[in-house]
Design a protein around this ligand. Structure first.
Ligand SMILES: [Zn+2]
Length: 480
């Protein structure tokens, strides 16, 4: 998963309040009938075991994770289908069929089975332990520790529990509800790409996946913003290559590859991209401002005033700036081997550019090529490119997630965001699926940083509340 941050766009889409249905009468009885204490305990135990299953990618070995989930589903009589697309690499599909079909396409709950690597010696509790212990530095709040607790085995278990509860509570379904757990999200989305090409792809009308989550003090001190990702930036990965004569380090000469590479990299990084606010940011600010009130709340609710008074501040923070601009940065240098006194004939730099919805990667590439056209012996090669994509938030699934995220939480708001990184949702949207990224946990900035970092963990309170939020959100959508 890549972190969401609050993103920006244009004014026109903001004024329209989504006229989507609220919860159907009687839907609450299902959520009210669940023993949430026992459910939370069950989620904790399931997650502890899941975190102990080694699906570190590379190499992945996600078949092990898929088998773990399959066994858990089968204990409740839910059949799961595992598709192994490469040896040891597998996706899982489990379906609850509609009991009162309305013709709606399936609602899919997606997670990825793989997790990233860890530097285990830096962790307070080992990354594959699944230990239930207090918070870091002697904290007392119970937490489940392990690589994937937030990204995203915790969500995977919450989704699985949702399927199990729908079955146990005999919730009537107006559409199929499908659990999907895929391999290889962390490197190249291999599992999702294999799934959508194969027979097992259920043709999801909606997808709930990772993306946003609840972040304390995100916009306003004391307020939690539950961010639901509706859009993801696209990708343009490039290799900047410089070639020149090899030579002796003692005699500086013009046109040598390493110096030309630096010139070209500097020319690319000197770009000053113009801010472009995605409508999701105006909408999130509007919702946050409405709750806050006062002068700043008044400003936040008005896109014109946001542009006038807040844009500079938003652009000065790297996290918000990334949501408002097409970004590029050098992420590393790859030298053809040389010694301090040898000038190599070829050196390269890796460049990671991310484009907003509305910017074609090819347009950005043309702009970058123009910038380095006068640098000698330098070329730009495309390593990977994907367009950005997005889903409307004028939608019943979005509305249900947003409503249930803040249920019983007068100190919280929920709203749409643009993700600066991409997830498997980027693969699904071009197939006509509306994809929303929302992990119903509430974290601090420090906890957020543990994803892909050290000491990843999720509180027991988050698992319990998250299971309830997701179950109620799904029930509100699928009950006829
Ligand atoms: Zn992830």
């Amino acid at each position: 998963m890549r972190l969401f941050v609050f993103g920006l766009c244009c004014v026109s889409c903001v004024a329209t309040a989504p006229p989507v249905r609220s919860a159907p009468p009687g839907a609450d009885t299902y959520g009210d009938g669940v023993d949430w204490q026992a459910t939370g305990d069950e989620v904790v135990t399931l997650l502890q075991g899941y975190l102990q299953v080694d699906t570190v990618n590379p190499p992945g070995n996600e078949l092990r994770g898929a088998e773990y989930l399959k066994a858990a589903l089968e204990r409740d009589g839910i059949a799961a289908h595992i598709v192994e697309f490469e040896p040891g690499r597998a996706n899982l599909v489990a379906r609850l069929e509609a009991t009162k079909p309305s013709g709606e396409k399936p609602l899919c709950l997606l997670s990825h089975l793989d997790v990233v690597t860890s530097e285990a010696d830096q962790w307070e509790h080992p990354p594959l332990s699944g230990e239930l212990a207090g918070g870091p530095d002697g904290g007392s709040e119970p937490m489940v520790w392990g690589r994937g607790a937030l990204d995203m085995k915790g969500m995977g278990i919450v989704e699985l529990e949702t399927l199990v509860l729908l079955k146990r509570m005999k919730v009537p379904l107006d559409r199929d509800v499908v659990l999907l757990a895929v391999a290889g999200e962390e490197i190249g989305n291999q599992g999702m790409k294999a799934l959508v090409k194969g027979d097992a792809w259920p043709g999801c009308g909606h997808l709930i996946n990772e993306g946003g989550l609840g972040l304390r003090d995100a916009l306003i001190p004391g307020q939690t913003a539950f961010a639901i990702s509706v859009a993801e930036k696209g990708v343009l990965w490039l290799r900047l290559r410089a070639k020149g004569e090899a030579g002796h380090g003692s005699t500086p000469m013009p046109g040598r590859a390493p110096m030309e590479l630096l010139k070209a990299a500097a020319a690319l990084m000197a770009r000053e991209p113009k801010p472009r606010v995605h409508p999701s940011l105006y909408e999130l600010l509007r919702r946050a401002g409405e709750q806050k009130g006062g002068v700043s709340g008044f400003v936040m609710q008005r896109p014109g005033l946001v542009d006038l008074l807040l844009e500079k501040r938003l652009m000065s923070k790297p996290t918000t700036r990334a949501t408002m601009t097409d970004t590029c940065q050098v992420t590393g240098y790859v030298g053809v081997g040389s010694a301090p006194n040898v000038i190599p004939s070829e050196v390269t730099a890796n460049i990671d550019c991310r484009v907003l919805p509305g910017t074609s990667p090819d347009t950005l590439l043309a702009e970058l090529k123009e910038r380095i056209k006068d640098v000698q012996g330098v070329t730009l090669e495309v390593v990977s490119k994907e367009e950005a994509n997005e889903s409307t938030w004028d939608d019943e699934v979005f509305a249900s997630l947003a409503r249930n995220a803040v249920r019983g939480r007068p100190d919280a708001v929920s709203g749409p965001v643009l993700s600066v990184g991409y997830t498997d949702s980027l693969v699904a949207r071009p197939l006509g699926t509306r994809a929303y990224g929302f992990v119903p946990f509430e974290v601090s900035a420090e906890e957020l940083a543990t994803m892909h970092g050290k000491n990843e963990r999720v509180s027991v309170a988050n698992l319990k509340r998250g299971a309830e939020v997701l179950f109620r959100a799904v029930v509100d959508v699928v009950v006829p």
